[in-house]
Design a protein around this ligand. Structure first.
Ligand code: GLC
Ligand code: CA
Length: 570
C-alpha cells in the first residue's frame, strides 16, 4: 500500500451513527446493528466512506453505552458479535469502513475489573482505578466536580476509600498509570482491529492522565501523549487505521502534539471551541450571544494552528450537541437555507467531515416541554440540580435545559412518512420521534415526494449534502489550501486553491442580507479559462469580478475559477 492510500481518512467523509436511534429491525423500539447494516445502501448513496458508531458494547446504559461492562461483547440491545461481523462485511463490500467508539477513560462500575477493584485493597485489580484515601476531614480527596454534577469522588465503604469518576459514579475512571491497564486496553483495541474495523473514535481521550499535583486539572495531564504513543505503537495495522480523539478543553498546542504525524499518537482530534460559541465559558446551560465571526474564529483557530503538518476533523454537531440547524441556523423560516449554508461553511473547509446522522436531512431540536422529555443522565441531573439546589421553578429549569440538552439530537432517525417515521414497528420507540417526522424524512428528500409544507417543496437538504460530498472528491477540495479572505458578524468568504483552480466559498449565516465587498471577489493567481458556479442554495445573480456581492439570508454560493491546465497535469 502506498502512503496515499494509507491516508484514506483524509479523503473521506465519516458518518456518525448513534446506534440506538438509527434503525430498529427487531421491533423493540431501539436501533440495532442489523439496522445499520440495512442502511448501508443509503449511506453509500449519500457518498460517505466510513461510519463511526457510538458504543454498542455490553453496558448497563447509564450513559447510553458510554459505561462499558464488557468491551468484547455486543450489548444484546444492539445484537450480537455475528451481527457486527456481518455489518463490517456488508459495509466493506460497499466501500465503507467501520470505526468503533472506544471508551477508555472509564468503565462501567459493573465491569468485572471494577467489581474486583472495589472488593479488595490488594488484589490483582486493586490498582485498576483511581483510589484515594479520604481527606483528613473524611471528605473527598480534592474539590474536583464531575461533568454531570456533584463531586468527582465517590466513597466506597468496603475499601474505605474514594474512587474518581469524572462523569457519573457508575463510570469510574481507569488508572492509566498502571501498565496492566494499558495492556488490557491495547488488547481490546486489537481484538476489534482483528475483526476488521478501520479505526476508533476515542472518547474523552485527553482525560486519561490526571494532573493531581501540578495545575490540578483533569484535561491534558502530563502523560497523555506518552500513553497515546505507546497505545498506537502496540496496535495491529497501526499505520492503516485512523484514531480520532475526542478532546474537550484542548488547546491548539496540545492538539498539535497529539496529531503531529511524527509523534505517532492520534490522526485527528475533535475540538470544542466552535460548539461553545453560544455558551458561557463556565456553564453550557447559560447562553451567550454569538455571531458568524465568533464561529469562523473558533474554526480558523485550528485550521491555522494545525495545518499544514496536522489534519483537522470537521463536525457541526453530534450526540452531545443540539441539532446544528436549530442552533446556528433558523429551523423554521430558513430551514433549508440555513441547514445547507452550514453544510457548505463547515464541510468545504480542509479536514475530514464527520456528519452526524439526521443532519443530512435537516433534523431539528426536539420540543422539550417537561421533565419526561429528559432521558439523558446529564439533562436529568441538571434538572434536579436546578430545581432542588438552585430552587428554580420547573418551567424555568426546562427553559434553561431545552435548547442545549443532549436529548435534542438523540431522537430516532426520520426515514419515512410512516408511523414513527419508519424508525421502528414498536408501539413505543425508546425516545419519541421528533414531531416534524411527517415532513422531514429521508424518503421525501431522496425521492422528491414534495407534497408541500414548510419543510417540503424541492427542499432536499439530502441532495445538497450529496453535492457537497461529491465536490469534496475533487482535487481542489481534497488538497487545495485554505485562504480566509473576508468575514464579519454576518458572512464569510474563503478560498480553496491549487495552482490550477480556485473556489470561492461564500456563506451568509444570518437572517439579514450580507455583503461581500468586491475587492475580495477576484481570481487572483489563477490562470482562468473557465469560471462558473458549482453550488448555491438560493437563487442569486451571477458573480461579477470585483463587484460587491449581496448574499440573501442564510445563502451559500461556491464559485469556481480554473484553467484547462488542471486536467492536463492532474
Ligand atoms: C463523551 C461522549 C459522551 C459521554 C462522555 C462520557 O463526551 O461523547 O456522550 O457522555 O464522553 O463517556
Ligand atoms: Ca432493535
Amino acid at each position: 500500500m502506498n502512503n496515499e492510500s494509507l491516508l484514506w481518512w483524509k479523503n473521506t467523509v465519516i458518518y456518525h451513527i448513534y446506534p440506538r436511534s438509527f434503525y430498529d429491525t427487531n421491533g423493540d423500539g431501539i436501533g440495532d446493528l442489523n439496522g445499520i447494516r440495512e442502511k448501508v445502501a443509503y449511506l453509500s448513496e449519500l457518498g460517505v466512506g466510513a461510519i463511526w458508531m457510538g458504543p454498542v458494547f455490553t453496558s448497563p446504559q447509564v450513559d447510553n453505552g458510554y459505561d462499558i461492562a464488557n468491551y468484547r461483547e455486543i450489548d444484546p440491545l444492539f445484537g450480537t458479535l455475528e451481527d457486527m461481523d456481518a455489518l463490517i462485511a456488508t459495509a466493506e463490500e460497499a466501500g465503507i469502513r467501520v470505526l468503533l467508539d472506544l471508551v477508555f477513560n472509564h468503565t462501567s462500575d459493573q465491569h468485572p475489573w471494577f467489581v474486583a477493584s472495589q472488593s479488595e485493597r490488594n488484589g490483582d485489580y486493586h490498582d485498576y482505578y483511581i483510589w484515594r484515601d479520604p481527606a483528613p476531614n473524611g471528605g473527598p480527596p480534592n474539590d474536583w466536580m464531575a461533568w454531570f454534577g456533584g463531586s468527582a469522588w465517590t466513597y466506597n465503604p468496603h475499601r474505605e476509600q474514594y474512587y474518581l469518576n469524572l462523569f457519573t459514579p457508575q463510570q469510574p475512571d481507569l488508572n492509566w498509570e498502571n501498565p496492566a491497564v494499558r495492556k488490557e486496553l491495547v488488547d481490546i483495541a486489537n481484538f476489534w482491529l482483528d475483526r476488521g474495523v478501520a479505526g476508533f473514535r476515542m472518547d474523552v481521550i485527553n482525560l486519561i492522565s490526571k494532573d493531581f499535583a501540578g495545575a490540578g486539572t483533569w484535561c491534558d495531564g502530563p502523560r497523555v501523549l506518552e500513553y497515546l504513543q505507546e497505545f498506537r505503537q502496540n496496535l495491529h495495522r497501526r499505520d492503516e487505521i485512523v484514531l480520532v480523539g475526542e478532546t474537550p478543553g484542548i488547546t491548539v498546542d496540545r492538539a498539535r502534539a497529539y496529531t503531529l504525524p511524527e509523534n505517532g499518537a492520534l490522526d485527528m482530534v475533535l475540538t470544542f471551541d466552535h460548539v461553545m460559541v453560544d455558551q458561557s465559558p463556565t456553564s453550557k446551560w447559560v447562553p451567550q450571544r454569538w455571531n458568524t465571526a465568533d464561529l469562523i474564529e473558533a474554526l480558523l483557530k485550528y485550521q491555522e494552528g494545525l495545518a499544514p503538518e496536522c489534519w483537522n476533523s470537521i463536525y457541526a454537531s453530534n450526540h452531545d450537541q443540539p441539532r446544528v440547524v436549530s442552533r446556528f441556523g433558523d429551523d423554521d423560516r430558513y430551514w433549508y437555507e440555513s441547514a445547507t449554508a452550514l453544510a457548505t461553511l463547515f464541510y468545504l473547509l480542509p479536514g475530514t467531515p464527520i456528519v452526524y446522522q439526521g443532519d443530512e436531512i435537516g433534523m431539528i431540536n426536539f420540543p422539550i416541554k417537561t421533565m419526561q422529555d429528559l432521558v439523558d443522565v446529564e439533562s436529568r441531573n441538571a434538572y434536579n440540580n436546578f430545581v432542588n439546589e438552585e430552587r428554580c421553578a420547573p418551567a424555568e429549569a426546562i427553559a434553561r435545559i431545552a435548547p442545549v440538552a443532549r436529548d435534542n439530537s438523540r431522537t430516532p432517525m426520520q426515514w419515512s412518512g410512516d408511523r414513527h417515521s419508519g424508525f421502528t414497528t414498536a408501539e413505543k420507540p425508546w425516545y419519541p420521534l421528533n414531531p416534524t417526522g411527517e415532513e422531514i424524512h429521508v424518503h421525501r428528500q431522496m425521492y422528491g415526494q414534495n407534497n408541500g409544507g414548510a419543510h417540503g417543496e424541492n427542499r432536499s437538504i439530502l441532495r445538497y449534502y450529496q453535492h457537497v460530498i461529491r465536490l469534496l472528491q475533487t482535487d481542489l477540495f481534497r488538497s487545495g489550501e485554505l485562504d480566509l479572505l473576508f468575514y464579519n458578524d454576518r458572512a464569510v468568504l474563503y478560498a480553496r486553491e491549487t495552482p490550477f483552480e480556485r473556489a470561492l466559498v461564500m456563506v451568509n449565516l444570518c437572517s439579514h442580507e450580507a455583503l461581500i465587498p468586491g475587492e475580495y471577489l477576484n481570481n487572483e493567481g489563477t490562470p482562468v479559462t473557465y469560471s462558473y458556479r458549482v453550488l448555491s442554495n438560493t437563487p442569486v445573480p451571477e458573480l461579477q469580478i470585483n463587484e460587491d456581492f449581496h448574499l440573501p439570508p442564510f445563502s451559500a454560493v461556491v464559485h469556481l475559477f480554473g484553467s484547462v491546465m488542471s486536467s492536463a497535469s492532474a
